[in-house]
Design a binder for this molecule. Structure first.
Ligand code: NAD
Length: 463
C-alpha cells in the first residue's frame, strides 16, 4: 500500500464530507447490495488473505479462516438478515399521557466516521466495524495499523472494488497519519487499540464533541474453582491464551486458582501444552509469531524480569529473536509488582496466582482497572454467582473463554479503562446510528394543558 500524505487525506476527508448528505438517503437495498459485493470480494481473495496474514505474522491459514474470515462472513450474513428490521422506525411504548400521539425512534446515519484499528486481528476488526458503519449509512475512513502491510494491501484492494473513495477509503499509517485524522471533525470515531492511545483519541474527539466508541484492552482475569472439569478447562484456556500467539484483547491474562487444584492443574497444563505444541513449539506450524521486534522485546523483558526474580517456571520460558518467537510460557509465584502483573501481557505468557480463599482473588482483581473480559470456571453455581456479583467486566464467559465475542446477539465492549460503548451486530449498527426521537402529535393540541394563564393550570396538573 502506498503511504498517504496529508494533502491526500484531506482530499478524501472533504469528498466524504460532501457525500454524507447524499448517503443519508441510502435505502436498505443499497446497503445490503454493498454487503453482498463486499462478501464476494472477500471470498474471491480468501487464499490471498491467508497468505498475507502468514507473511505479516505467520498466522496459520486455518487460524485465519476461523478467527479472521469466519467472524466477518458471519457478521455480513447477520446484517443481511437483520438490517431491514433494524432500520425500521421503532414504536415507543404507549404512555397514557401521550395517548393521542404516535411516538417512534428512527435510526439515521451519524454522517462521516473514522475507524481506527490495531494490528492484532488486522482483517477481522476493520471489516466488522466497517460493516456496521456502512450499514448505518455513513462514510468511512478506515485507518489501518502500520504493522501489517500485507493484509492492508488486500483490504485496500477489496475496498477499492466495492466502494467509491468518497464513501469508504483506506489510510494506512502510524502516529503521524492518525494524529492528522484526529484533528479533523468526524461525527463518530470508532477506535480499537490500547487504553493509552484511547485517551488521546477521546481528547481529540472532545474538541469537536464527536461521538466515540473505544474498544480498548487491559488484563482479563480467569477464576478457576476447585470444582471444575479439569481437562476441558485446561484445553479451553490453552486455546484462548495461545491462539494468535496470545495477541488477543480478550485473551486470559492471568489465572486465579484455588490452591487445592495446584498439582493437578500444573500436571494437566503441561500434558496438554505438550500435546498441542509438541516438544519444540518453535517448530509448531500452528503458532503465529510476535508481530514485530518492539513487541518481542517487551515480552522478552517480562521473561528476563521473571528470571531475575523468584518466579517459578512451569512450562516454556525460551525465546528466539530471529524468529520473533516467544515460547508459550506458564509461570507462578510472580511478585505483584512485576511488569507482568501490572501491564496487559498481550503475548504467550500465562501467570498463575493461587488463592486460599476466593475473597483474596476478588480483592486482587478489584484493585485493578475494570477488565475487558473476565472468565469463571466452576461447576458450582454459588461460586459463579459470587464472582459475578463481586466483579465487573466488559463481558464474561463461564466455563469457557472468549466465546461471548462470537455470539451474534450479545454486545461487545469494555467498561471505563477497557472501553466505552459497544460494537458488533445490532449494537454496532446502533453505535454508528443516531437514534432520533419522533413524536407525531394529533389534532388535539397537547399544549392546551400548559396554556396561559399558568395560574389556572398549576393545581390541575399536580392532581
Ligand atoms: P495501539 O493503541 O498502539 O494502536 C492502535 C491504533 O492507534 C493503530 O492504528 C495505531 O497506528 C494508532 N496509534 C498508535 N499510537 C498512536 C498515537 N500516539 N496517536 C494516534 N494514534 C496512534 O494498539 P495496538 O498495539 O495496535 O493493539 C493492541 C491493543 O489493542 C491492546 O491493548 C489490545 O487489548 C487492544 N485491542 C482491543 C480490542 C477490542 O476490541 N477491545 C481488539 C483488539 C485489540
Amino acid at each position: 500500500m502506498q503511504a498517504m500524505n496529508n494533502t491526500e487525506i484531506q482530499e478524501i476527508y472533504e469528498s466524504q464530507l460532501a457525500y454524507k448528505s447524499v448517503l443519508k438517503q441510502c435505502t436498505v437495498q443499497q446497503r445490503t447490495s454493498w454487503l453482498r459485493l463486499l462478501k464476494s470480494a472477500i471470498l474471491c481473495k480468501e487464499e490471498r488473505i491467508k497468505e498475507a496474514l502468514y507473511k505479516d505474522f505467520r498466522k496459520n491459514p486455518f487460524e485465519t479462516e476461523s478467527t479472521e474470515l469466519l467472524p466477518v462472513l458471519l457478521e455480513i450474513n447477520h446484517f443481511l438478515k437483520k438490517l431491514p428490521r433494524w432500520m425500521k422506525p421503532k414504536k415507543a411504548a404507549l404512555s397514557l399521557l401521550f395517548a393521542s400521539t404516535a411516538a417512534y425512534t428512527v435510526f439515521e446515519p451519524k454522517g462521516n466516521t473514522l475507524i481506527i484499528t490495531p494490528w492484532n486481528y488486522p482483517f477481522q476488526l476493520p471489516m466488522v466495524h466497517l460493516i456496521a458503519s456502512i450499514c448505518a449509512g455513513n462514510t468511512v475512513i478506515l485507518k489501518l495499523s502500520e504493522f501489517t502491510p500485507n493484509i492492508n494491501s488486500i483490504i485496500e484492494e477489496i475496498i477499492g472494488e466495492v466502494f467509491e473513495r468518497r464513501h469508504v477509503a483506506v489510510v494506512e499509517g502510524g502516529v503521524e497519519e492518525t494524529s492528522y485524522l484526529l484533528n479533523l471533525k468526524f461525527d463518530h470515531i470508532h477506535f480499537t487499540g490500547s487504553s493509552k492511545v484511547g485517551k488521546i483519541v477521546m481528547a481529540a474527539a472532545a474538541k469537536h464533541l464527536a461521538d466515540i466508541t473505544l474498544e480498548l484492552g487491559g488484563k482479563s482475569p480467569v477464576f478457576v474453582d476447585r470444582n471444575v472439569e479439569l481437562r476441558d478447562t485446561v484445553r479451553n484456556l490453552i486455546w484462548a491464551k495461545f491462539v494468535n500467539m496470545g495477541q488477543t484483547c480478550i485473551a486470559p491474562d492471568y489465572l486465579l486458582v484455588d490452591e487445592q487444584l495446584k498439582d493437578a492443574l500444573e500436571k494437566t497444563l503441561c500434558e496438554e501444552m505438550k500435546a498441542a505444541f509438541g516438544d519444540n513449539p518453535l517448530q509448531s506450524i500452528d503458532l503465529a509469531r510476535i508481530v514485530n521486534r518492539q513487541h518481542f522485546d517487551r515480552l522478552k523483558g517480562y521473561l528476563d524480569e521473571l528470571r531475575n526474580g523468584n518466579a517459578s517456571l512451569i512450562y516454556g520460558g525460551n525465546h528466539d529473536a530471529e524468529a520473533l518467537f516467544v515460547h508459550p510460557t506458564i509461570v507462578t509465584d510472580v511478585p505483584e509488582d512485576c511488569a507482568l502483573m501490572q501491564e496487559e501481557i498481550f503475548g504467550p505468557i500465562l501467570p498463575i496466582r493461587y488463592y486460599k480463599h476466593v475473597e483474596e482473588a476478588l480483592d486482587f482483581v478489584n484493585a485493578k482497572e475494570k477488565p475487558l473480559a473476565l472468565y469463571i470456571f466452576s461447576k458450582d453455581k454459588k461460586y459463579v454467582s459470587h464472582v459475578m456479583q463481586r466483579t465487573t467486566a466488559g463481558g464474561t464467559t463461564i466455563n469457557d473463554a472468549m466465546l461471548h465475542i462470537m455470539h451474534p446477539n450479545l454486545p461487545f465492549g469494555g467498561v471505563n479503562n477497557s472501553g466505552i460503548g459497544q460494537s458488533t451486530g445490532y449494537f454496532g449498527f446502533k453505535a454508528f446510528s443516531h437514534e432520533r426521537s419522533l413524536l407525531k402529535a394529533s389534532a388535539i393540541p397537547m399544549s392546551k394543558f400548559f396554556w396561559y394563564p399558568f395560574s389556572a393550570n398549576s393545581r390541575n396538573i399536580m392532581k
